[in-house]
Design a binder for this molecule. Structure first.
Ligand code: NAP
Length: 509
């Protein structure tokens, strides 16, 4: 990448303008691949959150933004998609230097996914049933009835560090599509691309429609979640923080969407095409160094295929090239931080202590030219049982647990034996068997002979403690509207309103 941008100082983005934090403070953003300082970012305060919410409130309450016709709104969404495409390199660069995501993935997937999301929702908006007319049944009485779908208002979007831009757009795109206004609180490790995204979007929407307040989750995030003038919270992050957000949102009975953690099961059936299942399973777990919520971290393998599968997994995992995310030849970049690296290494120690067998990786990796970065080798454990900590808790790093099974029923039972339910997968040549297994898996998405294939026209979200609600697809539009029923009486004569007889014994007088 050759783009050079000024990443030294990023203020807050409020009401269409850049401004410093009210107390002038900043925090540092470091490149996880090199440890270098890449930016100083405004450390927002409660006062800044109030200001951003007021801007969003004003844009929602006092402008025509929410009343825009679907055709015009669709044009806005297309315009945003073109802006994203035009700034693709800069966005990818900002994200790579802060999140550790490879430019190969960012350019080959994330940017395309964001452009396609805005364009997909632009199409959906034109056909969206903003107003539905109901038939006029005899009960409860003749009337003309509508169902209107209206925007919710000011939406707070709180996002994680693993896919900062993509996850921000999962919230921003449907919110804007339905006429809401937004205040985004990006993760403190990775605020840069979201700030740039807001600036880009602000070129085509009125001031106050999109705002970004950076700063610590416990302050900026909590203030937003509790704020009485915020109508909805869309949160993506860990299940623990999700629990806290849900509790805080309860005081003001906020509409809340939660996209949380996962420990996704991946089942290789006996008849699977192993030439697909083995690279597919590694793709499913090691992309972005295992820091994807829907990574297939538990691999279920039939007893008699176990050794052959493991041999191939180890051989192929050994070829994954760790490196600087800015180098297009890099397969996998660093993990997000020193702290995250230490957490992952501590889980690896736990796995060993629990009796699992380490067959690949297991250590911190040193990458030439990135000696101060935070890299962990792709790691594979065998002899894992589903009750071990490494099979139960989300590690959020490049660690695969291989678990043997005797028959499909056992595999499904173990696959579902988790508090999570974000994603699952099954590899087989028998499509009927695949659907039978998919039906039994408790997860918001099931991939058959594939992994990570999220689509902008399909909903994504979790079963069980992986979350509440869905993002992407038409479902995401529903999630940013509230429903109003409008009844118009068609009976002008009071004596024909026999239902008034429920209260008045005689309406003829
Ligand atoms: P996290 O620690 O839960 O943080 C997520 C966001 O919440 C960050 O912006 C964080 O701000 C903010 N936050 C922290 N404490 C808060 C509080 N008390 N109130 C309000 N906001 C608060 O998660 P993460 O470590 O960034 O991301 C990794 C997690 O996200 C994993 O569990 C992963 O599975 C999950 N995830 C889920 C999905 C999905 O779609 N289901 C997608 C991606 C990731 P700071 O950065 O300032 O702390």
């Amino acid at each position: 990448m050759t783009v050079q941008v000024d990443v030294r100082t990023f203020p807050l983005f409020i009401n269409g303008t850049w401004e410093p934090a009210s107390n002038g403070e900043t925090f540092d953003v470091l490149n996880p691949a090199t440890g270098e300082l890449v930016a100083r970012v405004a450390k927002g305060t409660e006062e800044d959150v109030n200001k951003a919410v007021e801007a969003a409130r004003n844009a929602f309450d006092n402008t025509d933004w929410k009343n825009m016709k679907p055709k015009d709104r669709s044009k806005v969404l297309y315009a945003i998609s073109y802006q994203i495409a035009a700034h693709a390199e800069e966005l990818a660069y900002l994200e790579a230097i802060s999140s550790g995501g490879t430019v190969r993935r960012l350019g080959g997937n994330d940017i395309l996914q964001m452009v396609d999301l805005f364009q997909t929702l632009a199409k959906f908006v034109e056909e969206y049933p903003f107003s539905e007319t109901l038939p006029s049944p005899p009960f409860p009485g003749p009337a003309h009835n509508f169902i209107w779908r209206e925007p919710i208002g000011v939406c707070a979007a709180i996002t994680p560090w693993n896919l900062p831009m993509v996850i921000a757009t999962w919230k921003i795109a449907p919110a804007l599509a339905m006429g809401n206004t937004v205040v985004v609180k990006p993760a403190s490790y990775t605020p840069l691309s979201t700030l740039k995204l807001a600036e880009i979007i602000s070129q085509v929407v009125p001031p106050g429609v999109i705002n970004v307040v950076t700063g610590p989750g416990a302050e900026v995030g909590e203030t937003l979640v509790k704020h009485p003038k915020v109508d909805k919270v869309a949160f993506t992050g860990s299940t623990d923080v999700g629990r806290r957000v849900m509790k805080l949102a309860a005081d003001t009975i906020k509409n809340t969407t939660l996209e949380l953690g996962g420990k996704s099961p991946n089942i290789i059936l006996e008849d699977a095409d192993l030439s697909l299942a083995i690279p597919g399973s590694l793709f499913g777990v090691f992309l972005h160094s295992g820091q994807l919520c829907e990574s297939g971290t538990r691999l279920f393998v039939p007893d008699h295929l176990h050794d052959a599968v493991v041999e191939q997994l180890v051989k192929l995992a050994g070829k994954i090239k760790l490196g600087n995310p800015l180098d297009p030849a890099t397969d996998v970049g660093p993990v997000i931080s020193k702290k995250q690296k230490e957490t992952i290494l501590s889980y690896i120690e736990t796995g060993k202590a629990e009796g699992a067998t380490l067959v690949c990786g297991g250590k911190e990796a040193v990458v030439a030219g990135c000696e101060n970065g935070h890299f962990v080798e792709p790691t594979i454990f065998t002899n894992v049982t589903n009750d071990m900590k490494i099979a139960r808790e989300e590690i959020f790093g490049p660690v695969l647990s291989v678990i043997r099974y005797k028959d499909v029923d056992e595999a499904i039972r173990l696959a579902n034996d988790t508090i999570y339910g974000l994603a699952a997968g099954v590899w087989t040549r028998d499509v009927n068997k695949a659907y039978e297994v998919a039906r039994k898996l408790q997860a918001g998405v099931v991939w058959i002979n594939d992994w990570h294939m999220l689509r902008n026209d399909a909903p994504f979200g979790g079963y069980k403690q992986s979350g509440i609600g869905r993002e992407m697809g038409k479902h995401s539009l529903d999630a940013y509207t509230q429903v109003k029923h409008v009844h118009t009486s068609m009976v002008p004569e009071i004596h024909k309103r026999n239902w008034y007889g429920l209260l008045f014994s005689n309406t003829n007088e």
